[in-house]
Write a protein that binds this ligand. Structure first.
Ligand SMILES: O=C(O)CCC(=O)C(=O)O
Length: 308
């Protein structure tokens, strides 16, 4: 059987929707573990592409396994030629179908990220800003290609932390962001076998501990289309923050910060759906209006103030 045919066999076994019980679980607790959601064939394809992408990304400048935590994210470059299957995943029914079921037909795919983690990840939600009122903001599908448990970097989540007022109350827990306290916060550990997928509400607080340097995570984020002025405000803030974080991550890795442009998105030759997500929808939320230089000056001024 050739690779394409076996991959198609894999796809036939996959489901693209959740049961009513699973939807209720997700809405109540803020996450769901989809055991063996990716077929063995698909895991093989994804793992091969991941390895290839990691080798390409780190062929000139080696991955820094001595970084003191995962917070200095070390990403892996994905392209339609080096990682074609991974690249196509956000549009595939077994992820997109579920995202639509959870966040509406007009849910917005927000690209795929692969990162090599080092050390522990402190407790945090994947939302930026203090004035957060929207808990139906979006979700992240996470896949880890290696077996993991609570002591080797499996994802931990705090059930119900996606909803206010619990979401906000967690910020006030003394020491919550101290890496020493990861194990002390009540949570569920999602032990992982290759093929499992964890989908969590972006508001849901999560962490991990004990991972080996170079632990691979790949994640696909979908955002709900804003339906209220408050949600729109939070969305615009999130897109600004995404651009700011891209600058911060690049600078911390001694790289030139990326300056995404609409032309670049068009050049990638994606499908109409992907183009609408990465271009039209992003334009609505001010993604391309961000000025890296202004932000870099702001960061430098902050640093000068800090140094006195
Ligand atoms: O796997 C981990 O260490 C945590 C991942 C994480 O923080 C995230 O996906 O946002």
């Amino acid at each position: 059987m050739n690779a394409e045919a076996s991959q198609d066999n894999g796809k036939a076994a996959q489901r693209s929707s959740l049961t009513a019980e699973e939807v209720t679980f997700f809405e109540t607790f803020g996450f769901l573990v989809l055991k063996q959601h990716f077929t063995p064939e698909e895991v093989k394809t994804i793992s091969t592409e991941l390895k290839h992408a990691v080798d390409l990304t780190y062929k000139d400048a080696a991955f820094d396994s001595s970084a003191d935590s995962s917070e200095r994210l070390q990403g892996v470059d994905l392209t339609s030629s080096s990682t074609p299957y991974i690249y196509s995943l956000p549009e595939r029914p077994h992820l997109y179908g579920i995202a639509k079921q959870l966040f509406g037909e007009d849910v917005i795919g927000h690209e795929t990220d692969v990162n090599l983690f080092v050390g522990d990840t402190r407790w945090h939600p994947d939302r930026s800003g203090r004035d957060i009122k929207t808990h139906e903001f979006g979700c992240k599908f996470c896949f880890y290609p290696d077996p993991l448990d609570g002591e080797t970097g499996a994802l931990r989540l705090i059930p119900g932390s996606h909803r206010l007022p619990f979401f906000d109350a967690l910020r006030e827990v003394p020491g919550i962001s101290d890496p020493k306290n990861i194990r002390n916060i009540p949570s569920i550990v999602c032990d992982n076998e290759p093929g499992d997928v964890v989908v969590f509400n972006l508001n849901c607080w999560h962490a991990s501990c004990g991972g080996q340097p170079g632990r691979v995570q790949f994640a696909i984020v979908y955002y709900a289309t804003p339906k209220t002025p408050q949600h729109l405000k939070e969305m615009r803030f999130q897109f600004t923050r995404n651009r700011q974080m891209a600058v911060e991550i690049a600078l911390s890795n001694n790289k030139i910060p990326p300056t995404p442009t609409p032309e670049e998105v068009l050049d990638r030759g994606d499908s109409p759906l992907m183009t609408s997500w990465l271009l039209d929808r992003r334009q609505e939320f001010g993604y391309f209006d961000f000025d890296n230089d202004v932000y870099i000056e702001e960061l430098q001024a902050r640093q000068r103030d800090k140094n006195g």
